[in-house]
Ligand binder design. Sequence first.
Ligand code: GDP
Length: 328
Amino acid sequence: MKKKALITGINGQDGSYLAEWLLANGYEVHGLVRSEAFAKPKERLNNILPVLDSIKLHVGDAHDSIYITQLISSIRPDEIYHLAANSFVSHALDAEPAIVEYNFNSTHYLLASIKAYHPSCRFYFAGSSEMFGAAENSPQNELTPFNPRSIYGISKMAGAILSKNYRRTHNLFTCNGILYNHESVRRGLSFVTRKITSSVAKIACGQLHELELGNLEAKRDWGYAPEYVEAMWLMLNQESPDDYVIATGKLHSVREIVECAFSCVNLDYQNYVKVNPAFHRANEAVSLVGDSSFAQQQLNWRPQKNIFSIIEEMVTHDIEAIKQEVVL
Ligand code: GDP
């Protein structure tokens, strides 16, 4: 019998790589997508187009408790990867409650349904380095206290605590992955790496003349998305559940990323990049960097591709996309 997996947010960067990984490992893959995705399939289902015939898509909302109960009871998956989240980094008062409500309630409905109807199902929760926020120590590991500063970080922290609580109180197999930034050619265009590589590609193809960015000195711990989804699967395939930091342990600045991306097309970034304070973020004093030694020991997982090779791959991909008249 094939193992069955359900991925919420299957059409995102991580969901699509995870779907490919699970298919390659013999799984029957089910994915949950919101109905809006079907309204704009070229844009929203883009990442899963190559595997669309090999997966089973379910159209619904992770935030609808009745739908989630029915879905889990009918599929009876061996593993659930809960990747869907509202990640809009906004401080607009009207946007914040919706972020918390969606991210927390969707996790709650999934866990409650697993407990009630299918308690042998293993559950992965997509935590985030943003849960550490203004971290007390550096690098951060699984014992570092959470201290989030964004609504997104708060919603993720609440979800991770809930997932751990179902592990301890109800004996469910739940794992929280605390993933640091991870990039790829499928990264959304609003994230800084993809904003840079898509703009560099446009500049190299004569479609753009300038790139506006925020804080060039901001630093992140950037890894490679296809490697990070393998860590998710490894977590659910251990003897016992736990939480894991997944990170490279290396900090690089936005300036280094820009310099690298422009050098891929033999241009000097200083001739094209303009700093626009509108893209500056408030409260960015701490540069989060992760210590993944626990994952390295327990899961035998290691970060491999460095951020400069990732950026090179993204620039090459984006130039090719523009040549094929794909709108970036
Ligand atoms: P995040 O870690 O989820 O916020 O990932 P992003 O890729 O959106 O941002 C990474 C870092 O790049 C942050 O420290 C931003 O402040 C910094 N940054 C600098 N300029 C920009 C910009 O124009 N857009 C974005 N998204 N980030 C920028």
